[in-house]
Write a protein that binds this ligand. Structure first.
Ligand code: B1M
Length: 207
């Protein structure tokens, strides 16, 4: 029989099937968001720190992220689905140059649960694509995600592009490297520290 490992160890060791099983087990006694906040994010944070400290290398970081995705899939599928149908549209994107999309995908699932229609532009998204999507959809909220100090610049460029084209929307930014102060400095209307915060922002914008 397979030894039972914590979900963090499964992620670190790249044990995909076991990771999926462990996520299912945790869902028996935790709400989906508890699994995300108390287990998955701390595990990824730890992996990120080990990578930064040179204790693990890029292949292991990639393997850990790939493995964590199995758990996120199980957890996202277990999130309660909203019955609401409405025209509250939100455009979401991870900015140009940045391929980190795990956080953005969580934000998407949570907002969908609250009945928002999400136009997900994916990751590594050019400012112009965000402008076009916002224009075409008439979304009143655009959510941008950036995870690296190097991609904060393209987040800023995206905000400037939206302003330049006079797009009538509120801009909310998120991602581990950001602070509320920096978000304001960039010209964003809102900063969301996590997915629940993003819901609070959406409610404020659409109230
Ligand atoms: Co990378 N990476 N990575 N990485 N990676 C970080 C971000 C890093 C901090 C690791 C480290 O060195 N400690 C570091 C950035 C350093 C910096 O700039 N300060 C880093 C680096 C350097 C890199 C590469 C450059 C490595 C290399 O190639 N040498 C490379 C970059 C590639 C690129 O983007 N061009 C790279 C690659 C990768 C993987 C592909 C292996 C993988 C990403 C897989 C994927 O996303 N599909 C990966 C991962 C997994 C990480 C860490 C370990 C975890 C990120 C994550 O998913 N967190 C990360 C270290 C860390 O953050 N601890 C790291 C979990 C996620 C749920 O949290 O994204 O913060 P987060 O989202 C939260 C909130 O921030 C908020 O809500 C979410 C849910 O609560 N939020 C929003 C986020 N977006 C929002 C948008 C909103 C609202 C809220 O709009 C409304």
């Amino acid at each position: 029989s397979i030894e039972q490992l914590s979900i963090g160890s499964c992620i670190k060791k790249g044990l995909k099937e076991q990771c999926r099983e462990e996520a299912r087990r945790l869902l028996k006694s935790n709400e989906p968001m508890e699994v995300v906040n108390s287990y998955l994010i701390p595990a990824l944070d730890e992996v990120g720190k080990e990578y930064e400290a040179g204790k693990i290398y890029l292949p292991q970081l990639i393997q850990a992220a790939e493995t964590a995705k199995y758990a996120f899939e199980v957890v996202n599928a277990a999130m309660p689905k909203s019955q609401q149908e409405n025209d509250k549209t939100i455009v979401l994107a991870t900015v140009k140059g940045d391929i980190h999309d795990i956080g953005k995908n969580i934000v998407k699932v949570i907002l969908e649960n609250y009945g928002y229609r999400i136009i997900d532009l994916g990751r590594d998204v050019a400012p112009q694509a965000v402008v076009e999507a916002a224009q075409k959809s008439g979304a009143r909220m655009v959510g941008l995600s950036a995870l690296m100090t190097t991609t904060i610049k393209s987040m800023e460029e995206t905000i400037q592009a939206l302003h330049k084209h006079n797009i009538c929307c509120k801009i909310c930014v998120g991602g581990a490297v950001l602070t509320p102060e920096y978000a304001a400095k960039m010209g964003a209307d809102y900063y969301a520290k996590d997915a629940n915060d993003a819901v609070t922002v959406a409610k404020a914008i659409y109230s």
